[in-house]
Ligand binder design. Structure first.
Ligand code: FAD
Ligand code: NAP
Length: 561
């Protein structure tokens, strides 16, 4: 089994060499995905600072570089799941589908890199392995896997939320004689499934997309499902030229509406309560959102489905019923119908013909909740009830989400304090973007920010703007360091946890709660107050002269401004 990420060391002439050893970068950027690319453009081209970005990957794209599995596509419409920072960019780019597939999103990010001439300041094939704060010099010393190092005054981490695949936990995985693929580190050349016996573990958003695509090709496909999911129709299709031209004519207003919406999409049909209407009215609303697709059922039906169990039951029952309508064998349908947890408390997967796949003769569903996977053998998978032989085994088993990529950076803050120590019982951040004892470090879409519950390109732009504004604020005042004050941080952590506790999320084992990784603290990793509220809080903090932060050792009081 290969490393969960390409393990190439820095090769050729590296920028760490090209950049004079004793010079200190103004800003170092981790990653060249949506976050790293925008941060680089902003810092270099708009602020005129010295900056370099680094990525383990051999090219730009982040998520869309790594996740090349068949069926991979976005779950927020591409006209919204895209950058808003350049009107020229959003006017010139043409999406071919409503929800673009991975190759098209990767082409888009390559276009962005070319259009803004970003590659010359990105060093690829380079893994950051340590970041140590020097209190004396007020900068970070950043170390790479090949032993090189570089210093920078500020770090903007665009290391991603879903960029470290979960380490395969199946005994014997290295002995398997067939092909093994991790969806989050998929090969760059096409994988041929024709006539092959394929096994896949995992039925999250990734598994559901991959299963729907691979079932069309594979000789046989065996799906190992532990927890069935509430997948609902994506409603994809070719981009509608009329809709596109309307959007392009109104992009500023549409982006504004998106930023004023909980999830960062310009949906506007949500109703107050699923319990305040008759069963027929509710059914009509659910049918309407189901038919229109995307996250409308989840986020644009009733406002109380994530907070009220009775309201949630109405939508969970509805989805179960729709699943039964689509699967011919009632026993298979029953196995596919989620039970025992509330809809929306795991990220809801969006699908095209997913349930119909189980009506195909070449597809078999195996319940590994009842009969867990015991091991991977030389020839296949052994569960407590039987053995299955494969030519190809696919692991769609998820990620060490949110904190995993940050923990892997080897971050050491003031007084030798490691991020591992600091976050041993769960993440502690201020606004989900900064951490006390770790100065001049900005976590783009970090834990306890809306991040994955907000249209990510917009969440990223907001956070990069917050970070760069803070850097500019310091520069304008000849200040060297910014970090949150411990009390403000503790209050933010408490606030984020209280918001989570008021929802149904903590009741479900999900990656939102860190529950998918053995031993990970069970803490909600996402801010649940919604993007508009969050954005207002951040704006007030900035307005108050970085309220709750400490600037060069001086606390900015809550009453400043
Ligand atoms: P990433 O794209 O994850 O990029 C981080 C980069 O940092 C990676 O290339 C990684 O190699 C690099 N890196 C990490 N650690 C190091 C290190 N130590 N040294 C050097 N480089 C490092 N969000 C949505 O809002 N809508 C969607 O439809 C959607 N679809 C998704 C589909 C999939 C399959 C997945 C996995 C996620 C999806 N997401 C979606 C979330 C997605 O991750 C974000 O939308 C967005 O792409 C994140 O961009 P980013 O730049 O923050 O991080
Ligand atoms: P995931 O949601 O964590 O799903 C992982 C799957 O693997 C689950 O079904 C899980 O079962 C199963 N699994 C893990 N370990 C297992 C084990 N030891 N034995 C049996 N089953 C095991 O991960 P993901 O599907 O990669 O999705 C992660 C996130 O990425 C999504 O939630 C979404 O935010 C993003 N994403 C988005 C899209 C999109 O549509 N745009 C596509 C892919 C990913 P349990 O549930 O029982 O743990």
């Amino acid at each position: 089994m290969a490393d969960s990420r390409e393990n190439q060391t820095t090769s050729g002439s590296s920028m760490t060499e090209a950049f004079p050893g004793d010079a200190v970068l103004d800003v170092l950027i981790v990653g060249a995905g949506f976050a790293g690319l925008y941060a680089l453009h902003k810092v270099r081209d708009q602020m005129g600072l010295t900056v370099r970005a680094f990525d383990i990957a051999s090219d730009v794209g982040g998520t869309w570089y790594w996740n090349r599995y068949p069926g991979a596509r976005c779950d927020i419409e591409s006209i919204h799941y895209s950058y808003s920072f350049s009107d020229e960019l959003q006017q010139e780019w043409e999406w071919s589908e409503k929800f673009a597939a991975q190759p098209e999103i990767l082409r888009y990010l390559n276009h962005v890199a070319d259009r803004f001439d970003l590659r010359r300041d990105i060093q690829f094939n380079t893994r950051i392995t340590s970041m140590v704060w020097s209190e004396q010099q007020k900068h970070w010393q950043v170390g790479f896997e090949d032993g090189a190092s570089i210093s920078a005054r500020f770090i903007i981490s665009g290391a991603g939320n879903l960029s470290v695949p979960k380490t395969p936990e199946f005994q014997g995985i290295d002995d398997f004689q067939g092909e093994v693929y991790l969806t989050g580190n998929w090969p760059h050349t096409p994988v041929d499934f024709a006539g092959k016996r394929v096994g896949i573990v995992g039925t999250g958003s990734t598994g559901i997309q991959a299963i729907s695509a691979i079932a069309k090709e594979a000789g046989s496909l065996t799906v190992f499902q532990r927890t069935p999911n509430y997948a609902t129709p994506i409603g994809n299709g070719p981009a509608d030229p009329q809709e596109i031209s309307e959007v392009k004519a109104n992009y500023p207003a549409i982006r504004e509406a998106s930023r004023n919406h909980f999830l960062g999409v310009p949906y506007s049909d949500v109703q107050p309560s699923a319990l305040a209407v008759t069963a027929d009215e509710r059914r009509a609303t659910f049918d309407n959102r189901w038919d229109r697709g995307g996250f409308r059922l989840f986020i644009d039906s009733y406002q109380d489905i994530l907070v009220n169990k009775d309201a949630n039951d109405t939508i969970s029952d509805y989805i179960r019923e729709r699943i039964h309508e689509r699967v011919n064998d009632p026993a298979v349908a029953e196995l596919l119908a989620p039970k025992g947890y509330a809809y929306g408390t795991k990220r809801p997967p969006l699908e095209t013909n997913y349930y119909e796949v189980y009506n195909q003769d070449n597809v078999t569903l195996v319940d590994v909740r009842r009969a867990p996977i015991d091991s991977v053998t030389r020839t296949g998978v052994k569960t407590s009830e039987g053995e299955y032989e494969f030519d190809v085994l696919i692991l769609a088993t998820g990620f060490d989400a949110m904190t995993g990529p940050l923990m892997a950076l080897g971050i050491v803050g003031r007084n030798g304090r490691t991020l591992q120590e600091k976050w041993a019982h769960g993440p502690q951040t201020y606004l989900g973007i900064s951490v006390s004892e770790f100065p001049n470090l900005f976590l783009i879409t970090g834990p306890q920010s809306p991040s994955v519950l907000y249209n990510m390109p917009l969440a990223i732009e907001d956070h990069v703007d917050f970070a760069t504004d803070a850097i500019q604020y310091l520069r304008d005042r000849n200040l060297d360091a910014i970090e949150p004050d411990e009390t403000s941080e503790a209050q933010w952590v408490q606030h984020a946890n209280e918001l989570a506790a008021a929802t149904l999320l903590p009741g479900t084992d999900s990656w939102y709660m860190g529950a998918n990784i053995p031993g990970k603290p069970r803490k909600c990793l996402v801010y649940l107050g919604g993007a508009p509220t969050y954005r207002k809080i951040c704006a007030d903090v900035v307005e108050g002269g970085y309220e709750g932060f400490v600037l060069d050792g001086a606390k900015v009081p809550a009453t400043a401004n």
